[in-house]
Design a binder for this molecule. Structure first.
Ligand code: C5P
Length: 218
């Protein structure tokens, strides 16, 4: 049986997070940013916590606060969003994300975000592994150059130092790692709707998604 989940998968900086937030705000849906769980894993591993301790920290001491503009992540009340969004943590998250033990320990945490109400889940394997039974699946992509440009603006706005050629190289490296790993590789689910946002604004992508949601849920 299909469950009330909208999955949005795709490569780094393809706009999955912005689309998920946009849809969640328009319709009042719950949201799961699964990439942040992998980033949290990397963040806590850097603090030398064990896998079990990390899972406990995520379950008990992490809070996700959704505002209109962004998703804020709090650890014991402290805003750690900027630290989690750094390129260093992204690289580590991608490295640990290729390990079966890491993916297994995050599987039930991700599944538990679904409580029967409509959930928007974005990541790499939402439609292929975690919510295989989702009612609506979207695969959102864009050219590496366009994605590097978007990430550049995002990091600059956060006041972080950025270097465009290095950013593009990082994105290409992460694409390769994410799509060629053995476990849960980044590939579109067979029953997903493919959207290439290279030449589209967020508003245009949201509008396509809105029509798909209306067809499926409303
Ligand atoms: O989406 P985001 O860039 O925050 O994800 C960070 C990293 O976490 C990705 O590069 C990817 O390797 C990993 N990830 C994953 N599976 C997911 C979400 C993220 O392996 N469902």
């Amino acid at each position: 049986m299909k469950i009330n989940v909208i999955t949005i998968d795709g490569p780094s900086a393809s706009g999955k997070g912005a689309l998920a937030l946009g849809i969640a705000n328009i319709f009042g849906f719950k949201i799961l940013d699964s990439g942040s769980l992998y980033r949290l894993f990397a963040y806590f591993l850097k603090m030398k916590l064990s896998s079990n301790e990390i899972a406990d920290q995520i379950k008990m001491n992490i809070e996700f606060n959704k505002s209109n503009e962004k998703l804020i992540i709090l650890h014991e009340g402290k805003d750690i969003t900027s630290e989690l969004r750094s390129e260093e943590i992204a690289k580590l998250a991608s490295e640990y994300g290729s390990k079966k033990t890491v993916r297994d320990s995050l599987y039930s945490i991700q599944r538990n975000f679904y409580d029967g109400n409509i959930l928007v889940a974005d990541g790499r394997d939402m439609g292929t592994v975690v919510f295989k039974d989702a009612k609506l699946k979207i695969f959102l992509t864009a050219s590496p150059e366009e994605r590097a440009k978007r990430r550049y603006i995002e990091l600059q706005n956060r006041g972080q130092e950025v270097n465009m050629p290095a950013l593009l190289a990082d994105i290409k490296e992460r694409d390769l790692k994410d799509s060629s790993r053995e476990i849960s590789p980044l590939i579109p689910a067979e029953d997903s709707h493919l959207i290439d946002s290279s030449n589209m604004s967020l508003k245009e992508v949201c509008s396509i998604a809105k029509n798909l949601i209306k067809k499926e849920f409303i």
